[in-house]
Design a protein around this ligand. Structure first.
Ligand code: NAD
Length: 372
């Protein structure tokens, strides 16, 4: 009989399996297809509440280890995100190793779709960084386990506007907690990453007369954003030297770390990027010590997930998804209050809420009926 103890001992030298055990992943699928050049990893973290739904990210990772770390952390974040948002979904994520601007082809996406299908519905994919609704259409040619499909084929389209609305709600709730009112008028807000979510968020902030500073590693994205919204562009490498009230990370994870926290003068971190804290517990505490309020990423960036969940439920209506996303404001207030009153990080308060739901529903021991 193979006990967990034996398996743990046998695999203790394998960093991937060790991390899987530590983080509690159920399954990780490594995908390789020579003909199309596809190298992908699909991670299913937890399916207690339902099928593991999470986007596919295409990114030119420096090496496989970086991609593995990303997919393992991102998929666990999706478990928390679905749970805290009250959705009957588990957490999963996929990464494709490659440059979306150069390496993405129809054949590669369709081959990836077949790998998703091989998981038999345990994992449902959607967009993430480097992917579009059109890409989901190619993936859909080989699997039904895909969401965020274009509207013209009955899907919910790009989820980013809904994600941005949720981030905006979370940011306003954080402002209410810090300043006593939730108006962002006159606040200086730095948005890092002028992609799909970043640009939609900037739209809300500009409308509310915030002073918005923007940055991106791609010059064309930066120019497009400045031209469209009349905001100010700043250097993507040195912006933590600047003074701003709110930092909205909307690019990749890990930007809240020792170096950035040392320079931060802002009062709030509230953005769309997943895994913003480089080392979760360490940097959640470091932010508190500096008097900076952190709105947990998996809580406030859940709008996109709420949106694609509405799509797979059928009878999709964007207004309904937006209404449900608005609830992020109330949950953020609840988490920030709990963190302050119980002297714990906002991250811990949010994780506790998510974990309680997973445990309560898991303990019911009633097989999932498929009704979502
Ligand atoms: P996107 O690919 O459209 O945009 C990301 C942008 O960030 C790009 O313009 C890219 O050039 C820029 N960028 C990358 N590294 C950067 C850096 N170091 N400095 C400055 N800019 C940088 O992606 P998106 O869909 O807007 O998602 C943004 C973030 O939000 C991601 O972390 C994603 O996982 C997360 N997120 C997105 C959604 C969604 O609905 N799209 C939902 C939840 C979370």
């Amino acid at each position: 009989m193979i006990t967990e103890e034996i398996v743990k001992t046998e695999t203790s030298n394998n960093p991937v399996l060790r991390t899987m055990f530590e983080m509690g992943h159920e399954e990780v699928l490594f995908c390789n297809d020579k003909a199309t050049g596809l190298k992908a990893i699909i991670a299913v973290h937890n399916t207690t509440l339902g099928p593991a739904l999470g986007g596919t990210r295409m990114w030119p990772y420096k090496n496989e280890a970086e991609a593995i770390e990303d997919v393992l952390r991102l998929s666990r974040g999706m478990t928390y995100k679905a749970a805290i948002s009250g959705l009957n979904l588990g957490g999963g994520k996929a990464v494709i190793i490659g440059d979306a601007r150069k390496d993405k082809t129809e054949a590669l996406l369709r081959r990836f779709g077949k790998f998703v299908d091989d998981l038999g519905g345990k994992y449902i994919t959607a967009e993430d960084v480097g992917m579009t609704s059109k890409d989901m259409e190619y993936i859909h040619m080989h699997t039904n386990h895909v969401s965020g499909l274009p509207e013209h084929i009955g899907g919910s389209g790009n989820p980013s506007p809904v994600t941005a609305y949720g981030v905006y709600m979370g940011m306003k709730a954080s402002a209410k907690h810090v300043y006593g009112h939730d108006s962002l008028e006159g606040k200086t807000i730095l948005v890092q990453g002028c992609g799909s979510v970043g640009q939609n968020l900037i739209g809300y902030l500009v409308k509310e007369n915030a002073k918005v500073l923007v940055t991106d590693i791609y010059e064309d994205k930066l120019k497009e954003t400045v031209d469209q919204f009349g905001v100010e562009a700043v250097d993507p490498h040195n912006f933590f030297d600047l003074n701003f009230d709110i930092y909205a990370p909307c690019a990749l994870g890990g930007t809240v770390n020792d170096a950035s926290i040392a320079k931060m003068t802002c009062k709030i971190v509230a953005g769309a990027a997943n895994n913003q804290l480089k080392i979760e517990d360490v940097h959640a505490k470091a932010l508190i010590e500096k008097g900076i309020v952190y709105a947990p990423d998996f809580l406030i960036n859940a709008g996109g997930l709420i949106n694609v969940y509405s799509e797979i439920m059928g009878n999709y209506k964007r207004e309904v998804a937006m209404q449900k996303t608005e609830h992020i404001y109330d949950v953020t207030i609840e988490i920030l209050k709990k963190s302050a009153s119980e002297n714990m990080t906002t991250l811990q308060a949010a994780k506790n809420l998510a974990e309680k739901r997973i445990s309560d529903i898991g303990n019911l021991n009633i097989p999932f009926s498929g009704r979502r």
